[in-house]
Design a protein around this ligand. Structure first.
Ligand SMILES: CC(C)(COP(=O)(O)OP(=O)(O)OC[C@H]1O[C@@H](n2cnc3c(N)ncnc32)[C@H](O)[C@@H]1OP(=O)(O)O)[C@@H](O)C(=O)NCCC(=O)NCCS
Length: 146
């Protein structure tokens, strides 16, 4: 049985474990103060960040973090899915799919225009999942660090 719900205070330890796994996947380390700030924003209803956690068999097994923004091409908000992660031990069990479907369901219920996300071209596992929803488009990303 899988439940997707908002991340809450009592998820702190599990979320930090999953977040550490996500950092490992990207071979990076988000500084501890940024991680803390991120978690605090996930709990803050005034923050644009939306954190959802996947519970499978009473175990927190994955999360999504996304945010809404305005668009010049639509009248209602667009959702950017920034982070998606499933515990390696639970992969292939449908949690990734459920986390994306959850955002689609929320978006339809709340009247968002669109959901988008990106991944590395060689992230074959993620892309196999994403291709179930729609094909990738032909945009490329430019990212300037300030
Ligand atoms: C991408 C990710 C979130 C998918 O989560 P998941 O729970 O394994 O996804 P699902 O179980 O819903 O699987 C859906 C599809 O993913 C692919 N998949 C899952 N496990 C796989 C595996 N072991 N090998 C290859 N493909 C796999 C398959 O296409 C699967 O569909 P299928 O059931 O038809 O085989 C997860 O692999 C992950 O956290 N990866 C590391 C972090 C990452 O890449 N995040 C996305 C960054 S943009």
């Amino acid at each position: 049985m899988t439940i997707i719900r908002d991340i809450c205070e009592t998820d702190a330890e599990d979320w930090r474990r999953l977040w550490a796994g996500y950092n490992d996947f990207y071979e990076t380390t988000v500084p501890a103060d940024v991680t803390e700030h991120t978690f605090r924003r996930l709990l803050d209803p005034a923050s644009a960040l939306m954190g959802r956690i996947a519970e499978a068999d009473d175990r927190n097994g994955g999360f999504s973090i996304s945010m809404l923004h305005e668009s010049t091409w639509t009248k209602t908000p667009i959702c950017y899915l920034e982070d998606l992660f499933v515990d390696p031990a639970l992969r292939g069990g449908g949690l990734g799919l459920a986390l994306i479907q959850d955002l689609i369901d929320l978006g339809r219920a709340r009247g968002w225009s669109r959901i988008y996300w990106h991944t590395r071209t060689d992230n074959a596992r993620a892309r196999r999942l994403y291709d179930k929803f729609m094909p990738a488009d032909d945009f490329v990303r430019y990212r300037l660090t300030l």
